[in-house]
Design a protein around this ligand. Sequence first.
Ligand code: ADP
Ligand code: MG
Length: 684
Amino acid sequence: MMTLEQYSVRQIKGVSAPKEQELHAFGVHTVADLLDYFPFRYEDYRVRALSDVKDGDKATVQGVVRGMPVLQRYGKNKSRLTCKIEIDFLLVTAVWFNRHFLRDQLTPGRTIILTGKWEQHRQQMTVSESEFPEGAGSAKSGTLQPVYSVGGAITQPWMRKTIKQALQQYGAMIEEVLPFELMERHRLIPRRDAVLHIHEPGDIREGLEARRRMVYEELFLFQLKLQAYRMLSRKRGDGIAHLIEAETIRQFAATLPFELTDGQKKVVNELLVDMRQPASMNRLLQGDVGSGKTVVAAIALYGAVKSGHQGALMVPTEILAEQHMRSLTKLFEGMDVEVGLLTGSMTERRRRDVFAGLQMGLIDIVVGTHALIQETVFFRSLGLVVVDEQHRFGVNQRSVLRRKGMNPDVLTMTATPIPRTLAITAFGDMDVSTIRERPHGRKPIKTYWVKHSMMDRVLGFIRREVGEGRQAYMICPLIEESEKLDVQNAIDQYMQVQQAFPDLKIGLLHGRLSAAEKEQVMSSFGANELHVLVATTVVEVGVDVPNATLMIVMDAERFGLSQLHQLRGRVGRGAHQSYCVLVADPKSETGRERMKVMTETDDGFEVARRDLEIRGPGDFFGTKQSGLPEFRVADMAADFEVLEMARDDAAELCARDDFWDNPAYARMQAKLNRDQLFQGEQLD
Ligand code: ADP
Ligand code: MG
């Protein structure tokens, strides 16, 4: 028998070839895809009492025609039709635009249902849709209408109509994927009902129940994928067993300009143990900003290269890629290790050279942005993938890179500590290493919170640090909605600083500069040719200029705690005493609370703990930048408990002896394979 995955959307009545093409843009190819294309909210066409409708809200109400309709025509095809309607004992003016044909239907005494925007003070409703309940048909009133994400030639009405049609033609063929025992345990409705109700809920309860079922399914399959994949890989031992001699590493460590801290040594050992195993490594390295994660990654990469493989280091920004490129090149000087750079803004020719070098094995280690996960990148033998600042990447981006090798070892690094249970839940059963201390001789960063009125003293601070030979950052906030305003803000600030210090060299860095310009500014700042760097948050993560000792954050109340801590982490990277000055006049309680936390501690783990306390877990997990997986129906924050439940269920199921061959699980496994959840691997 054919399954819904085998029917093209063209089979649905009303889907033409051009429409089919448009649907592809939404990732919808088959009937199954379309049926799984869920609405992200509902429009409420249920009739409400007018007294419950707030001024300016859109609502559906029912009334009786009381007056004679008045039609005004203007322009070519424009018209305005008004009529008095009695709604809940109130005489209201209903207004239609360009619906002149309705005039003849508005006979006094007739019942009518109106949907529109309510204006309280004028006792008026601007009607967007209306219908007479006695003439039924495709009545929307009384229902919840699904709202899909649409665009291009795909309109909301078309999508609604087409999905309705698909449900009629194929709804009966929707199959269950969850094992019966789990559905019973959690009282989940069958998949067929859930899909039907999620598109066309009779009432809110039905919609919610359908959603609950689909949320569980999504999270459960996600967990199953993580856990089964890991188990499979362990069982097979099909990762790379690197051959790394302790002596090789010792010799390399001896060439470093500093001695590794105990924390770094411990983590290096943990990595080497994992890398020598035949199962592939999946390890998260947590370490506060400035704790020295890069050199740990460099050692692991060196080990991979010396055992005959290649390494890749993926970072979130070009600035960071260039910086890591420079520092790795320096670290590996005279070691016979070839380092390459791959970013989106490189010329096609230079890129092609890198592609070739990687494929032929001429490049041992490549440092790059997400350009690394392009399809055209092939490795001769990728042995270790390092993802720096992992919270900036989506889960898919990370796994694509992993797939470029034969189960390479994976090390992800972050300065934003994630509670262990959450990490396991979100990333699967990964091992976690932690660096707690900073390198010897580092003094704690002194943090101050000042009002804007003290800006003169802040400028005096810059003068003093520069006088000592040090450098300063000045960060201008990100205005979410407008990168343009952002940049203007930074430019203004830059000019003010320049005016204040005509004798100093001031640099400017923001997202609108070309990659070459950014690189130019960063390397001048790195070489101490600029005294002050005025920047937007483009320097937020990873940037390492040890001679910089002063971080000034303008309008600091606009940043979240973890972002402020990241910014502060740009200083305190050398032996000199460093300072962070937060310029802020926060109006909100939480704003003041954040400034307080920042001045009280410079320990990232403590900052994260307080952050969690202030924001609550929902908000903490809810941020886009957390690097947590994004789901179609489920919401990491709202559905966290379901995720934990799904995790336990998946673990229980995976551990079962008959997991791989019980026919009761066949559909579920087939679905995992189809969704490529097993990352290209077939379950056998
Ligand atoms: P992060 O963990 O934030 O990525 P980095 O790896 O950028 O930190 O390291 C911060 C700075 O500390 C760098 O300039 C690096 O060279 C230096 N560093 C790293 N390890 C040590 C160490 N053991 N002793 C002294 N300096 C170190
Ligand atoms: Mg770093």
